[in-house]
Design a protein around this ligand. Structure first.
Ligand code: HEM
Length: 129
């Protein structure tokens, strides 16, 4: 029996590329989120988030090769993340996930992915307002 990773089960690199590209397309137009991103070019941030999610779900470990331990709470401390920012982030991410067809992302995998993203977004809040 060959173990298939979650990453492979939902379409591998192409699925993560599509979700994160759609996410940053939304971020670029979001008045809450866009000012938080320090770089003019969102391309490098898009690549980091994509690599991180691929690694988390069992894909290539390029994120850690390039960035080391994720330390996501620490890396988000420079940005104020309260309920408004969390909700904006999740809104963009849900749009990205919704663009993946059910033939590629079935209900069970979709729920696992969305539950994780919600949990992770809650865990990165660092402000109560
Ligand atoms: C980086 C905002 C949630 C993963 C960043 C950056 C900002 C940001 C402004 C800096 C851009 C960059 O240099 O890459 C937010 C906000 C969130 C949120 C407002 C709302 C809750 C999350 C979640 C995850 C995540 C839930 C993971 C599931 C990452 C990663 C990086 C990053 C991997 C790059 C870290 C590095 O290697 O430097 N985020 N983020 N973020 N974020 Fe978030």
């Amino acid at each position: 029996q060959t173990a298939t990773s979650f990453y492979e089960a939902i379409g591998g690199a192409e699925t993560f590329q599509r979700i994160v590209a759609a996410f940053y397309r939304e971020v670029a137009a979001d008045e809450v989120l866009r000012p938080l991103y320090p770089e003019q070019d969102l391309g490098p941030a898009e690549r980091r988030l994509r690599m991180f999610l691929e690694q988390y779900w069992g894909g290539p470990r390029t994120y850690s090769d390039e960035r080391g331990h994720p330390r996501l709470r620490m890396r988000h401390m420079p940005f104020k993340i309260g309920p408004v920012e969390r909700d904006a982030w999740l809104r963009c991410m849900r749009i990205g996930v919704a663009e993946i067809e059910p033939e590629i992302l079935d209900d069970e995998h979709r729920k696992a992915l969305l539950d994780y993203l919600e949990m992770a977004a809650n865990s990165l809040m660092n402000a109560a307002w």
